[in-house]
Design a protein. Structure first.
Length: 132
């Protein structure tokens, strides 16, 4: 009988203390990410910004165990995972995002601020939708 009293109290404490702290930690992490991205905006090229955003997204997908950390995956598999993660992402947006990331990684092309903002919008859309 006494143990049965502690179980509901534990559940209540968990939802009153632990869950808000986890949410606060996520907000702090997002703020830190935003500051890093803004700082990079002043210091780095648009190509490096796109690569950075993709790396952050990839790491968050690995943390959620949607991608095995040690396993190398193809671009097609990565695209399928992106579509699974965010149903709001249209096929065209996914294709454009993957094209920009590939170009940024393997070429020395100059990217416009609009392309960086597009990649950042996709990054934010996936984070907001999935809470990575």
């Amino acid at each position: 009988p006494v143990i049965m009293l502690f179980i509901p109290i534990g559940i209540i404490l968990y939802y009153c203390l632990v869950v808000p702290l986890m949410r606060f930690g996520r907000k702090q992490e997002r703020k830190r990410d935003e500051k890093k991205i803004a700082k990079q905006g002043a210091n780095q090229s648009n190509r490096k910004k796109i690569v950075y955003l993709n790396r952050r997204l990839y790491r968050k997908l690995c943390r959620q165990r949607l991608i095995a950390r040690k396993k190398r995956i193809s671009d097609e598999e990565y695209g399928r995972i992106l579509l699974k993660v965010c149903e709001l992402l249209s096929w065209e947006d996914k294709e454009r995002y993957l094209y920009l990331v590939k170009e940024a990684a393997f070429s020395k092309n100059v990217f416009t601020e609009e392309e960086v903002l597009f990649c950042h919008r996709i990054y934010r859309k996936i984070l907001d939708r999935k809470m990575l």
